[in-house]
Each structure stands twice: as C-alpha cells, then as structure tokens.
Design a protein around this ligand. Sequence first.
Ligand SMILES: Cc1cc2nc3c(=O)[nH]c(=O)nc-3n(C[C@H](O)[C@H](O)[C@H](O)COP(=O)(O)OP(=O)(O)OC[C@H]3O[C@@H](n4cnc5c(N)ncnc54)[C@H](O)[C@@H]3O)c2cc1C
Length: 473
Amino acid sequence: MTETIAGRTRGGTLPSTEALDALRAELRGVLCLPGEPGYDEARTIWNAMIDRRPGAIVRAAGAADVVRAVRFARDHDLLLSVRGGGHNIAGNAVADGGLMIDLTRMKSVRIDPVRRTAWVEPGVTLGEFDKEAQTFALATPLGINSTTGVAGLTLGGGFGWLSRKHGLSVDNLLGADVVTANGELVHASETENPDLFWAIRGGGGNFGVVTSFEFRLVPVGPLVHAGLIIHPLARAKAALEAYAKAMPSAPEDLTVWIVMRKAPPLPFLDPRYHGTEILAFAVCYHGEPEKADQALGLVRSIGQPIAEFLGPMPFVAWQQIIDPLLAPGARNYWKSHNFKALTSGMMDVMIEFANRLPSPECELAFAQLGGAINRVPADATAYPHRDIAYLLNIHTRWTDASRDQACIAWARELYDRMAPHATGSIYVNFIPEDESQRLVASAYGSNFARLAKLKTKYDPTNLFQRNSNIQPA
Ligand SMILES: Cc1cc2nc3c(=O)[nH]c(=O)nc-3n(C[C@H](O)[C@H](O)[C@H](O)COP(=O)(O)OP(=O)(O)OC[C@H]3O[C@@H](n4cnc5c(N)ncnc54)[C@H](O)[C@@H]3O)c2cc1C
C-alpha cells in the first residue's frame, strides 16, 4: 500500500532483510514482522472495525528506539504510524504496510509529590496513571475511560471529570520530549521550542512522537462524590430541561454528563428496567466534601429518578466505572458535535434517536465542558474550541458485522439532524476514519493556518501523516 496524502509518497513496501536485521540489532525493544510473536497483539486496537497489517512493528522500549524507528521510516520512505493507547476511533495508530511504532511498552510514570508534577511515558493508560498519582491524592485532567492512552488523548486536547475546574490535559502539560521528523529528540516547553510546544497541545500526532509528557498535578480525592442517577427515557424531556437550567450555574468541581442508552443490568436498578431506554446522569463532584450535598442537590432535585448510585468513592474506582460499557473488541463508529447550549430542539432529536437505538450497546454521550477550559484563549494552545459548553459523542457500538450498515446509518442520520444546533467545530480525537480529512479544518479551527506553518517547519515531507493530517505547505 502507498499513501500520498501530501508531501512525499510513502510506501508500505519494506526494505531488504539486511536493513531490517540491522534495525532489529540496534533496538532495545523488539522488531516484529507478520507472524512473529507480539505482532498481532501490537496491531490489535480498541476499535474492532480496524484490522490492518503493518509491514513491521517496532515495539519501542524507550526514546532511543523511537529515534531509530523514525529515522528508519524516513530513510526508507516508509508509511509510518504511531500507537499510544490504541483508542483512536479512526484507527490511525495502525496502517496496512509500512512501519508502526508501538509505544505500549513504555509504561513509566514518575510522580513528584512535592513539586506536584508527573513524568509519563506514552504507553501509559489513564488507569495506570491514576493509580500512581492517586497514591498521593493527586491527578491531572484526563478522560473518562481508564483504558484510553494518555498520549493520543493529550495530544488532541483531553477532557474529563476534572476539566471544568482544572482545564484540558493540554492546559496542564508543562513539557514533552519529542522525536521530530528529522529523527532528533528535542524538549518542548514554554521556554524550549515554544512553537512546537504550542503545536502539540491540540495538533495531535502531526509534529513528532512524544516519548515523555510532563504534567502539572492538582490535589484530587482520593475520595470523590460520584455515581449515576437514572431516569426512564419516557421522562427524559423534563429531566433534560431541568439539567439545561441548572448546569450553567453549577460549581466547576461538579461535572454531569448525560448518557442515553438501553439500561445495562446494573445491580442497583430494578431488573424490570434492564434493557429499557434510560437517561443516566453521570455525576462527579471533586470539591470540598462539606459542599458535596449542596452540589449534588442540583442533580438529585431533577425529576423522579428510578435509581441512584451516588456517594463517596475512590476517584480511581470512578474512573473505571464506565469501562465495561466501552470495552475493547466491539465494532465502533463515532460522530460528534460541539454546542454552546442545550436547547429544546436538541433534546427532541436526542430523545427520538435514543428511542430507536440500532443495537443495545449504542449510546448518546453528552459531555459537560466549559469552566476553566473556556478561560484559556483560543490561540494559547493548538486546541481551539474554547467557547463550547457541551459535546455530543454518538457512541455507535455493535458486535455483529452484518449490522454495520444499519448502525452507521443511524449515527449519520443523528449527526445530520443535530448539525443545525451545533457550532460546526469538532474535537479532533472523535473524528471517524471516513471523515479524517473532510473535518480537518473544523478540528483545528482558527489555529489551522498557524499549525500548517509549523507543520512545514517541523515535518516538511509529512512523515507523520497517519492522523487528522495537517498538510505542509
Ligand atoms: C472508550 C473511549 C473513551 C474516550 N474518552 C475520552 C475522554 O473522556 N476524553 C477525551 O478527551 N477523549 C476521549 N477519547 C478519545 C481519545 O482521546 C482518542 O481516542 C485518543 O486518540 C486516544 O489516544 P490513544 O493513545 O489511546 O490512541 P492511539 O490510537 O494509540 O493514538 C491515536 C493517535 O495519536 C497519535 N499518537 C499517539 N501517541 C502518540 C505519541 N506518543 N506521539 C505522537 N503521536 C501519538 C497518533 O497519531 C495516533 O494515531 C476516548 C476514546 C475512547 C475509545
């Protein structure tokens, strides 16, 4: 396979066995060719719709292996892909042919509890990071599913339960070690290579391979007040109206997401509701414990729920609570929109589509953003969407390949019906494979032109093109 997105044509055909043997001998990690141990494990990613076969995979043990792999791909004009946690919905981490750099073995997390900083390698998942940081009751804003990779999530922006109070993952990034397209390892921070540092905070994997992230940590937990409040979908409109009224004045240490789906067999939910359509408020309050009742009261006072499972629990446990619904191995097609408000028209469309889910695993996930995220100027980092309050992620999930067409059609129709209410911008980390290029301008927004200039400076031949690709001039 050959890809010519822009820049030089990069091929999938590997060089001679001698060249590969020389690379293998140089590595501290492992080079896997098709059929060799570890090859299938490394190429298997979260979304089971992606089944691609790289020509070779470098399972890097450290930054030196990444340098060698990047130089090898550059010198042999190989199509290059980079895998962190493997959760990218479009499957950019893996290509057919060419060379894949698998970072999953780079798992070190070093916490400095005194300076409140963390150094994190790019194979670390959210759950692994939280376990280290929470030992010291510290955290940094990341996502809501513990198996997601810190690397890809951060490079696109990164938001979760802590973001309304503490900003995006990129807002807490202090620096990074980056292997650039010319195979050099450089440090990027506010004082060293500041333009590169700006670009990797939202520009995705376009600018190099990050081999170490340094994050600012904030005190969190270890106990937070979190859980689920469940309403029948039949009463969703009233619940959504009350939510839309209450949330604009909610404290920033309270974050409430909405999930509309068929109820899983939750132990605290009356079995007669299992498998029926519900609206769940997923709630996390991480502020002062004395103010928890007041904050949680904002959601508890909404309508007449059919179940509640909400109280103090370890932040680490809360970070894993949604994992069973987002486990790897299912077929997935996601689409997403950004919004400035939750309006009555949006509620009607969401309820209509939640009433005709094409599979029991599909859901509408409605994230509450705003707060500290929006206090950062749009041009301060490459992530540009500093004016949105909510994000809808259409989580279309199923297991039977014969349902592909029906499930994807449902997602596309819902996406189209929500479009008139949305801002037209999109979060780069939620772009599906078939829209990777169409939505590039919407993803990088007002920062697109500056990013393109920096792409030309740092990656003029577009070595890093398996991403929502910013083409060099
Ligand atoms: C179940 C699930 C839940 C999610 N929840 C959230 C959430 O709560 N908040 C949120 O913000 N996002 C969330 N996401 C989206 C997530 O941010 C993206 O899927 C992101 O790409 C995942 O990063 P990864 O390292 O796991 O992915 P990968 O597929 O490994 O990487 C994605 C891309 O990032 C680039 N990349 C990865 N590592 C590096 C590196 N070290 N250096 C340079 N480039 C690199 C590459 O271009 C790669 O193709 C979720 C996704 C899933 C599937």
